[in-house]
Design a protein around this ligand. Structure first.
Ligand SMILES: *Cc1c(COP(=O)(O)O)cnc(C)c1O
Length: 876
């Protein structure tokens, strides 16, 4: 592991006076992007220098004044009467003002140092709420708290006013968000690029009958104080059209042009002055539209056409694996890729140098295959727009890009129909054919007569219609492919791309991580305080490895008690949420067992709920005295099902049905309850995760690439019950066998087990399972319409996810959990050791790995006083 970087500048330093030196300040003219070099006259420069040499004060009184000013002048409301939401907005704007200072400085600094940057391209950024994160990262939380108290507001209440921007489905989008936090914290020069969806992930309601209902999430209703709209940063993006060949070269013209507008959100690092940028693109009508082409008299028709362009960035596809075939989805991908590359190339070319050197200043990470068309787009830009030859362009492209694979599920590998690609992006389709032709030519020479190999490796899949395999394109067009956990990277090498590995294509592993800022320090202040008290520092927040220091106190009764107390605080918070949501009381001494993640058959929420039913049946048969011997439990579920994923919705309906039956049973509900928490998102996760005793990560082995919520739960002092899958395996290596409860088949056993079930060579014998299945069949929890498909999926021939097959092993593991929980002093030791040993799963470690192994970028902490003003008379 790389040594962690020393930070040289923090907000604290800069506000202790370094920056009252005027030369520390960057003067912007306001009509260029923050990182752009600016040319101003000397006189104007001096004026700006004197005006802007003062940074905003951190004094609570000054903050108060600024908040009130925003209420009056930005929100145009009266300062004598503003509600909590107004206070939230004004507070956020005041925080943003400060971030703009550090952000402008950082970008100017990067530009002057001419550093290599990484651009993280992701169709999803699941950022969660901003305000608390920004305050804590900047180290100004208490200043704002005090300022707000003076105005009659509790910061806590204002935090609750913020909408959670759900611009992602799940793990993939949240990973991008954790990476932004770590990039900023570690002072790496990086930007995030994505789409500013008007409608994020749908809001999930549960109907009175227990079904999922999807409600559109118009998160921008009351604006977004964290973004800066940059009407000046805008690029045209073309779709459809045709290709013209001339002696000047190849020209893609006609079709439909939309405009991408940049929306920037500053990303503050923790305990550093460095501030990065998340640039999200919004689609708008192209103003440079050829007005003559509108047929006279069809004024409204012409406008309607323009309005249609806004659809491109209007809605996030709410499916976390596949949306193949949807033209709008492909449009979204090309839209944000095209705008991003125009932006990146423009920034690079501000210094006069050839694009063939792009890789020396730019690394681009493709988060899954969603942005893979970027490989082709950069080829097009270099060849058609800049006149480079094929070889020079291709070599540059390969050096610039790298690709992260997130799944080995065959149905989730992106493919696009050739006819659709031909129609929407005709020039790109030509280039893809040429990439493929050259690639296969080499392979064919090497393996004469091996047609099957060619078919497997081809970027184009034969069939009707032909398909473009985006994963193959991503492997061929990048210098590095990575998987996201050790087992996953192995499967990518062995099962997904073995032919490519044979040809020397690099597939490395970079195990995922999560940011300890949001997921421990901010989500769990009670535990964070305990950790800081025992380590006598809060340096662990910026360097999680320091938590190792807790291990020496694991037998200390005071630490154990404080750990248990912190857990109780968090369980009470969750209990209050349950009370508010369902009106039900729960016992906080009970074991809290949590499974929250997207609802998917491979994640096996079904296995969990079958276990709950079996536990209920067992309790029902017991005497009162026997029940009193049992570990009391509350099971929490949460997660969204893709709107079109019928079986996932059936599973939600089964869970809510079980919840209804067992929570109402007066015989047993002291010992067992279960809740489906509606609308799982980052904010809900921040309440649930700190309250876990046990969390379930029980995917069919080989199918969960990594998982990241498993890491969040353990960092919060919980114990995993899980399969040998994804990052569970590495978590076990780090925390030790006693700190994790493993069950179930291992990956190498899966295929044989599936076949043995299918062909009747293996029969599942478990009376508890049979009983549960019969109850489901009988309509005890849900209608036949729901029960039928669930029961069928458990039949040997259909049990692809091996739910029935792993059931006995799962129940046995839950028994081990109960036995361990009964011994409360050894349980709390397990929790302490778990927290202490999770350093490896900080996204700081992950980002260091990417920076070193893949991107070749360097930590560049802002140096106070280092930014110079541009002298307009000097030649750049
Ligand atoms: C961490 C996180 C995920 C990923 O969860 P997994 O259990 O790893 O699939 C999904 N959604 C949200 C809101 C998260 O915070």
């Amino acid at each position: 592991m790389a040594a962690l970087t020393k930070r040289t500048a923090s907000f604290q330093d800069l506000h202790k006076g370094h920056v009252s030196e005027p030369e520390a300040r960057y003067s912007g003219t306001g009509h260029t992007t923050p990182n752009d070099g600016v040319e101003t006259s000397e006189k104007r420069n001096m004026l700006l220098t004197s005006l802007m040499s003062q940074y905003l004060s951190r004094e609570p009184q000054a903050i108060q004044r600024q908040i009130v000013n925003h209420v009056e002048y930005t929100l145009a409301r009266t300062r004598y009467n503003f509600d909590a939401f107004g206070a939230y907005q004004a507070t956020s704007l005041s925080v943003r003002d400060r971030l703009l200072e550090s952000w402008n400085d950082t970008q100017q600094f990067f530009t002057e140092r001419d550093v290599k940057r990484v651009y993280y391209l992701s169709l999803e950024f699941l950022m969660g709420r901003y305000l608390q994160n920004a305050l804590v990262n900047m180290g100004v939380r208490s200043n704002f708290e005090e300022a707000l108290l003076g105005l009659g507001y509790k910061l806590e209440d204002l935090l609750e006013q913020e909408r959670d921007p759900g611009l992602g489905n799940g793990g993939l989008g949240r990973l991008a968000a954790c990476f932004m936090d770590s990039l900023a914290t570690l002072n790496y020069p990086g930007w995030g690029y994505g789409i500013r969806y008007k409608y994020g992930m749908f809001y999930q309601k549960i109907s009175a009958e227990g079904y999922q209902i999807e409600v559109p999430d118009y998160w921008l209703t009351h604006g977004n104080p964290w973004e800066v709209e940059r009407l000046d940063v805008t690029y045209p993006v073309r779709f459809f059209g045709h290709i013209e060949w001339s002696d000047k070269g190849i020209l893609w013209t006609g079709g439909e042009v939309v405009r991408a507008i940049a929306y920037d959100s500053p990303i503050p690092g923790y305990d550093t002055y460095n501030t990065l940028n998340l640039r999200l693109w919004s689609a708008a009508p192209a103003t440079e539209f050829d007005l003559d082409s509108f047929s006279r008299g069809d004024y409204f028709g012409a406008i309607a056409n323009k309005e249609a362009s806004e659809k491109i960035s209007s809605v996030l596809y709410p499916n976390d694996s596949t949306d193949a075939g949807k033209e709008l989805r492909l449009k979204q991908q090309y839209f944000f890729v095209s705008a991003t590359l125009q932006d990146a190339v423009r920034r690079f070319l501000k210094k006069d140098r050839p694009l063939t050197e792009l890789h020396t200043k730019v690394a681009i990470q493709l988060n899954d295959t969603h942005p893979t068309i970027a490989i082709v787009e950069l080829m097009r830009i270099m060849m058609d727009e800049r006149g480079y030859g094929w070889t020079a362009s291709w070599e540059t492209v390969q050096k610039v890009f790298s690709y992260t694979n997130h799944t080995v599920l065959p149905e989730a590998l992106e493919k696009w129909q050739v006819p659709l690609m031909e129609k929407l992006l005709p020039r790109h389709m030509q280039i893809i054919y040429e990439i493929n032709r050259r690639f296969l030519e080499v392979i064919a020479k090497k393996y004469p007569g091996d047609g099957q190999k060619l078919q497997r490796m081809s970027i184009i899949e034969d069939g009707y219609p032909k398909m473009v395999r985006m994963a193959n394109l991503a492997v061929v067009g990048t210098h590095c492919v990575n998987g996201v956990a050790a087992i996953h990277s192995g499967l990518v090498r062995q099962n997904l791309f073995p032919d490519f590995v044979e040809e020397g294509y690099q597939i490395v592993n970079v195990t995922n991580g999560v940011t300890p800022r949001r997921w421990l320090q901010q989500a769990n202040p009670a535990l964070s305080e305990v950790i800081s008290r025992w380590l006598e520092t809060d340096d662990w927040v910026g360097n999680y490895e320091y938590c190792k220091g807790l291990e020496q106190y694991v037998d200390n009764a005071d630490l154990q008690r404080e750990f248990a107390d912190a857990k109780m605080v968090n369980k009470k918070t969750l209990a209050a949420l349950v009370k508010a949501t369902f009106g039900e009381e729960i016992n906080c001494d009970a074991l809290f067992d949590i499974q929250i993640k997207r609802i998917h058959e491979y994640k096996r929420q079904l296995l969990n709920i079958l276990g709950v039913i079996a536990r209920y049946n067992k309790l029902k048969r017991m005497s009162h005295a026997e029940r009193e011997q049992q570990v009391e439990r509350v099971h929490f579920f949460g997660g969204k099902a893709a709107a079109s994923y019928v079986q996932a919705k059936n599973i939600i309906r089964l869970i809510t049905g079980v919840q209804h039956v067992i929570n109402a049973d007066a015989d047993t509900n002291k010992y067992l309850k279960c809740f489906f928490m509606p609308n799982y998102n980052v904010t809900l996760a921040e309440t649930l995760i700190p309250a876990n005793d046990v969390s379930e990560h029980i995917s069919t082995a080989g199918l969960e690439a990594s998982g990241t919520s498993n890491m969040k739960f353990v960092m919060n002092g919980g114990i995993i019950i899980g399969t040998m899958d994804g990052a569970n395996i590495e978590i076990r290596e780090q925390v030790g066998d006693d700190q994790i409860f493993i069950f179930g088949l291992h990956t190498p056993e899966i295929e044989d087990a599936r076949n043995a079930l299918k062909y009747g060579q293996y029969k599942v014998h478990d009376a508890r399972l049979d009983e549960a299945i019969n109850q489901i069949k009988s309509g005890m929890f849900c209608s036949q319409e729901t029960a039928g498909p669930i029961v069928r999926a458990l039949e040997p021939y259909n049990d692809f996810y091996l739910v029935a097959r792993d059931f006995s092993s799962y129940m046995e593991a839950q028994d081990r959990v109960d036995a361990a929980y009964k011994d409360s002093s050894s349980w709390i030791k397990r929790c302490i050791l778990a927290v202490a040993r999770m350093g490896f799963f900080s996204s700081d470690r992950t980002i260091h790995d990417y920076a070193e192994k893949i991107w070749g970028i360097e930590a560049t902490p802002f140096v106070p006083g280092s930014i110079s003003f541009k002298d307009p008379s000097a030649k750049a």
